[in-house]
Write a protein that binds this ligand. Sequence first.
Ligand code: FES
Length: 154
Amino acid sequence: MSLSISITLNGHPHEIALDDPRVTLLDLLRERLDLTGTKKGCDRGQCGACTVLVDGRRINSCLSLAASLDGAEITTIEGLADGDVLHPVQAAFIENDALQCGYCTPGQIMSAVGLIAEGHAGDDPERVRELMSGNICRCGAYHGIVEAVLEAQK
Ligand code: FES
């Protein structure tokens, strides 16, 4: 049985037929829609590499069933920049050397965008680190990541 969902993805409406109701949002994005900026790390909700925004809130797309998202507004890393103009959080990550290998970076940036939108990070680095703790960086670029989030809030 096929199931159909209507979503707004990076500002564009999509009608998507799901052959398998068990497909995750992460696999839908990467394997069906070729939006490979969203990364698969652990595939079990522990690393944050797959973070996207659903209706403005940060979620792990590996834990979210696509079938449950009918009517949702989804933003991925591909939807942040405005043409050649980077989103302020993307620019802040570059300016603060907030990455090494870059694999976790899309998830870190999406988490930071959601965190800033939530509006309660403040200017305390420890608080930002705590609120970003769902996003793991195996290179250990945490200092730059926190600095980037603090700068992007200004
Ligand atoms: Fe989703 Fe790790 S891939 S949390």
